[in-house]
Ligand binder design. Structure first.
Ligand SMILES: *Cc1c(COP(=O)(O)O)cnc(C)c1O
Length: 404
């Protein structure tokens, strides 16, 4: 069986973790701080806070901005549940909108969804392809849109407009006009979950890139406190001689990253551009070149003059089929010992959101993308021979189904 997404684990990662284990400090400490500095340099943004997951990072930033009951947050219907669940945690309302042909949130649909209650937009870089940040960033700056914004907290007053909080769980290393995700909008959140391009088993990072008059360094210091129970000192600071006394200034969260995770992250980031992304690109190119001659194969956008993907997963669509046929094709691919997936079942099809009143019929492009989509595996240890085996299984399965 060709698995779908095994993590890249080798001696370099194991040595880094063992060194951290024996260093005398295993929770948040020097390795986490170093990983934060490396991520800031990599993304080109102003400051980075490492956290326990991408979901924790998204929720922390909604809380920081003061999102609460009565507020609306615009998200794509086509995403992983984390993007919307964190809005529910804050008691606010996810306002779902449709996507475009590139699977990403449609800026025109976002514009139509904005009301006086809108506080945040969360675009998601599906499969690693950056969203249209130029359109989204200029939309929130537009005078008529700014006039609709009703600030209720100090942070909302300072920004004076809707916040663009990017869910970059798939897209670390992707670029738009030559700039990395992290520096493309106000705040960006990466995930380092086991299936993501860069993994720390579980983990995430908040990239701060807030405009004037925000001081990103002081927001970073404040978030350190909010992500560790509102304590004025972390465990490392408290462990210093005579520094035992601390205060609690808010009922904060427990969202910190450990130095074991950071040790993995540092080792992964060191080789991310030099061998992880290039190998992923080769796999994308091989799928694309071999499959594009088939008239039924719709190849995803992954490189355009402005954008370059992080090559997270390959979202193949089959032309002219319905959801049931797609499901049958997937069974036949599995029968050939190849694991594939679907990214994503749109949120309005999930029981909770369906019961909450979201209707799939309101998101026709998302439904069309989903119903014809099969996600092909992309990972470092997937060899050319394995890619060819995946392609063979897909071609045979599709041709069995569409010819009948
Ligand atoms: C994985 C993922 C997340 C959540 O990341 P975690 O680190 O697992 O919390 C959020 N959004 C999307 C689109 C994801 O794929």
């Amino acid at each position: 069986m060709i698995p779908f997404s095994p993590p890249r684990m080798d001696k370099k990662i194991a040595d880094a973790v063992v060194e951290a284990l024996y260093s005398g400090w295993i929770t948040t400490g020097p390795r986490t701080k170093r990983f934060e500095q490396l991520l800031t340099a990599y993304g080109g943004h102003r400051a980075t806070l490492c956290v326990s997951s991408g979901s924790a990072g998204l929720e922390l930033m909604l809380r920081w901005f003061g999102v609460r009951p009565g507020d609306e947050v615009i998200v794509p219907a086509y995403t992983y549940c984390a993007t919307a669940n964190v809005i529910m945690h804050c008691g606010a309302t996810p306002v779902m909108v449709d996507s475009g042909d590139d699977f990403n949130i449609s800026p025109e649909s976002v514009e139509r969804a904005i009301t006086t209650r809108t506080k945040v937009i969360i675009p998601v870089d599906i499969a690693g392809f950056p969203s249209d940040y130029k359109a989204l960033n200029s939309l929130v700056e537009r005078p008529v849109i700014r006039e609709l914004f009703q600030p209720a907290t100090q942070e909302q007053k300072m920004l004076g407009r809707i916040l663009v909080l990017s869910d970059a769980a798939h897209s670390i290393g992707a670029t738009y006009h030559g700039m990395h995700t992290g520096s493309l909008t106000d705040i960006t959140v990466y995930s380092f979950h086991a299936v993501k391009n860069l993994t720390t088993a579980e983990g995430g990072a908040v990239c701060l890139n807030l405009p004037e008059p925000f001081d990103n360094e002081s927001v970073y210091r404040q978030l350190n406190i909010s992500s560790l129970h509102g304590q004025t000192k972390d465990a490392l600071a408290k462990s210093q001689v005579g520094a035992w006394r601390y205060d609690v200034i808010e009922p904060g969260y427990k969202f910190n990253m450990t130095d074991l995770q950071a040790a993995m992250g540092i080792a992964e980031l060191e080789r991310y551009d030099t061998d992880m992304l290039p190998r992923r690109k080769e796999i994308f190119d091989r799928y694309s070149q071999t499959l594009s001659p088939y008239s039924w194969a719709q190849i995803p956008h992954y490189e355009t003059p402005e954008k370059r993907s992080s090559y997270h997963v390959f979202l193949l669509r089959i032309r002219g089929i319905e959801e049931k046929q797609r499901d049958r094709i997937i069974s036949r691919i599995f029968a050939r010992d190849v694991a594939v997936n679907v990214h994503f079942v749109p949120l309005p099809m999930m029981t909770y959101y369906k019961n909450a009143g979201y209707r799939m019929a309101d998101y026709p492009v998302s439904y069309d993308n989903y119903s014809r989509e099969i996600t092909l595996p992309v990972y470092y240890s997937l060899t050319d021979e394995m890619v060819d085996e995946v392609i063979r299984a897909v071609v045979e399965a599709v041709e069995e189904i569409i010819d009948n």
